[in-house]
Design a protein around this ligand. Structure first.
Ligand SMILES: Nc1ncnc2c1ncn2[C@@H]1O[C@H](COP(=O)(O)OP(=O)(O)OP(=O)(O)O)[C@@H](O)[C@H]1O
Ligand SMILES: O=P(O)(O)OC[C@H]1O[C@H](OP(=O)(O)OP(=O)(O)O)[C@H](O)[C@@H]1O
Length: 310
């Protein structure tokens, strides 16, 4: 099938084709019931149940395609958006709008140097060699540092040299190509394994849903956004239900205030109520401990499959 000729009248949605964000994006689409079949090695997939086509692109290129309005929606990292915007500042009609923080792909773009070397501060890297995949953000970061430390670091000789490499940035110091690097850090494992330490943060990042300034079908953008938001919320929260004596309800409700308010039902047993409330998944263990302390019993936690909340 000639897929390209099937793209007219479809909203185009860019998804990272590989790397750290790819699988999480595919899971998000599946959870949102956006049905597609990607043929082997094809970078375009038509969506069966919406006038939508998925375009699989490198995460780094997505802000360019969406920013120029060629593609309507995209998922990429805030780091990639910032890298793009530092050479192509948004205008009224170009650039991207961040619609939703997707709460995955969290990492920091950090300045790193050899752990046991002489360099302890980013200022000491002024005039030296930096290797990175984020050349625009790094240029800007070191230009700002150069301006701030003008007194000590003056003139072209002291201009920091920024070199691009596409991957395995962490090897650059050991190979003698760089005095420092600017690279992403999540757990810090890659950095530590390469004998490096972080001395400054350039930007913090998370995966985001972005749109062009004038998407071709704003109504569909809104539907897709709501669906994705439902999945993200369902992943962030669990449903906690428990029984508690009415006299302890005020304390228990303060522990589980819910998103709007907890739901409270009377029990057949006099003086007791059943409570259900959404609780942030990463807080649930503490919440259960606290509920037990105020006398709650039969505490059950249920995973949410999907949601529509405000
Ligand atoms: N270790 C990490 N933890 C969390 N998010 C990350 C991590 N590394 C990268 N990311 C996010 O994923 C985005 C894409 O990075 P990644 O290195 O996976 O891309 P890629 O270069 O397209 O893939 P590959 O590394 O396979 O060539 C980054 O811009 C960042 O937002
Ligand atoms: O702090 P950590 O949890 O170790 O993650 C950081 C590493 O993850 C990313 O690279 P990735 O493994 O995606 O491969 P790449 O170097 O080819 O981009 C990033 O560029 C770091 O190297």
């Amino acid at each position: 099938m000639d897929l390209v000729n099937h793209l007219n009248d479809r909203l185009l949605f860019a998804i990272p084709k590989k790397g750290r964000l790819h699988q999480a994006c595919v899971d998000l689409l599946t959870g949102s019931d956006i049905q597609f079949h990607r043929h082997n090695r094809l970078d375009i997939a038509l969506v069966k149940n919406f006038p939508l086509a998925l375009i699989f692109l490198p995460a780094a290129d997505i802000p360019t395609f969406v920013g120029e309005g060629r593609v309507d929606l995209g998922i990429t990292g805030q780091d990639q958006v910032a890298e793009h915007e530092s050479v192509a500042p948004p205008t009224e009609t170009t650039g991207v709008t961040e619609i939703l923080n997707l709460q995955f792909g969290k990492c920091k773009l950090q300045v790193q140097v050899p752990e046991h070397g002489e360099i302890q501060t980013p200022e000491q890297l002024i005039g030296k060699n930096i290797v990175t995949s984020f050349t625009n953000l790094s240029e800007k970061y070191f230009k700002d540092l150069e301006v701030k430390s003008k007194g000590e670091a003056n003139g072209a000789a002291n201009q920091t040299k920024i070199k691009f490499v596409g991957g395995s940035v962490e090897a650059a110091c050991a190979l003698g190509v760089a005095d420092g690097i600017v690279d992403l850090v999540e757990s810090g494992e890659t950095m530590r394994a390469a004998g490096l330490k972080a001395i400054a943060t350039v930007v913090e990042s998370s995966a985001v849903l972005i749109s062009s300034k004038r998407p071709s079908n704003p109504k569909l953008v809104s539907i897709i956004t709501q669906r994705i938001k439902g999945v993200i919320t369902a992943q962030k929260y669990v449903l906690c239900t428990y029984n508690v004596e009415r006299k302890n309800l005020v304390q228990a409700s303060a522990i589980t205030p819910g998103k709007r308010a907890p739901t409270i039902n009377s029990l057949e047993e006099d003086g007791w109520v059943a409570v259900s409330a959404m609780v942030e998944r990463n807080k649930i263990a503490n919440v259960m401990d606290e509920l037990t302390e105020v006398g709650a019993t039969d505490i059950l936690v249920t995973k949410l499959e999907n949601s529509r909340t405000t």
